[in-house]
Design a protein around this ligand. Structure first.
Ligand code: SAM
Length: 299
């Protein structure tokens, strides 16, 4: 476990120009500390995507033009979610470009501070209805087959070595399509590959998807990529839609996957008996946020 009493020092290191994820990964880690390292380093960098989006709006405009073109060709949908939504600089520019009307949009990220920025960006773009929460893509707080379109944009990127687990969990929650815009190691230059190896980026997504026997309907390089050393590929996976579910909310306890409902001042799973806090109006739905509350509903 990473020593959380060192957060202030880590923040200072970041302010002085250190690469935090590299620093944290060099401390030695297993898959749990990898997630923690990613969460801390992204959390400390919060605000940076919003600032760079303000300075160079064309980057997200180009990405969302390309993504909207893809999504507007898919079947109609009633819900869409960005996994690893960051500061919603992508989601908030994408939604106004979608032709579909009357849908619910969701976004989650492992970092609370990023979601705080995401909320502000959605409000700034008059998208108050977007439902944002913290969540880990390895235990997504969403019921199975509960969101029509699930997409990612460089969110799996830093989770090298955990590709299969990530794909299985994203596939579990999608009901119609899983759209991945992620770095394509196999199509990168030698220099790009070396960089991806150094940062522990994901590899060989397509081969792993084929091993999983998922139905890939599109696989190509995206027409736009911000960094030639980190080319963005597009993979669209189609899932046979299971019988229509009439869910009031797709939210689920990330541990038990039982449904979650808002009760009093938190989210609670009546079947799983676990409660999750809401901090500054952000539902905190990481597994480690669970509070054992077996008598929560007692009057
Ligand atoms: C490169 S950023 C991209 C953010 C966003 N998709 C965008 O287009 O602006 C990667 C994001 O994925 C999130 N992330 C990485 N691993 C995650 C995980 N295990 N669960 C949830 N979010 C994760 C990070 O916190 C970060 O915000």
């Amino acid at each position: 476990m990473i020593d959380l009493s060192k957060l202030r020092e880590m923040r200072q290191m970041y302010d002085e120009g250190a690469n935090l994820i590299e620093y944290l990964k060099n401390q030695g880690y297993d898959k749990d500390t990898l997630s923690e390292a990613i969460m801390i380093s992204y959390d400390i960098q919060s605000g940076s995507y919003t600032r760079s989006d303000e300075q160079k709006p064309e980057v997200r405009e180009n990405y969302t033009d390309a993504l909207a073109k893809v999504l507007n060709q898919l079947d109609g949908f009633s819900s869409i979610m960005e996994a690893g939504v960051g500061e919603a600089t992508t989601l908030s520019r994408l939604l106004p470009k979608l032709q579909q009307q009357n849908y619910t949009a969701y976004g989650f990220d492992i970092s609370w501070s990023r979601i705080k920025y995401a909320q502000a960006n959605c409000i700034k773009r008059l998208l108050q209805q977007v439902k944002l929460f913290t969540g880990d893509l390895f235990s997504i707080p969403i019921q199975s087959s509960a969101v029509d379109i699930v997409y990612t944009l460089h969110s799996l990127e830093s989770n090298g070595g955990r590709e299969k687990e990530a794909l299985q969990e994203l596939y579990r929650v999608a009901s119609s399509y899983l759209v991945l815009l992620e770095p394509m190691y196999e199509w990168a230059s030698e220099e790009g590959k070396a960089r991806m190896d150094k940062f522990g980026y994901i590899k060989n997504l397509y081969d792993i998807i084929k091993e999983l026997n998922y139905n890939v309907v599109e696989y190509r390089l995206l027409e736009y990529s911000v960094n030639p050393l980190n080319p963005t590929g597009l993979i669209i996976i189609k899932k046979e839609k299971s019988t229509e579910q009439d869910l009031e909310s797709p939210l689920a306890c990330p541990i038990t996957k039982y449904s979650l409902s808002k009760e009093k001042d938190c989210y609670y799973s009546k079947e799983g008996l676990l409660a999750y806090p809401i901090i500054d109006s952000i539902p905190c739905l990481l597994p480690q946020n669970a509070v054992v509350a077996t008598h929560f509903m007692d009057s």
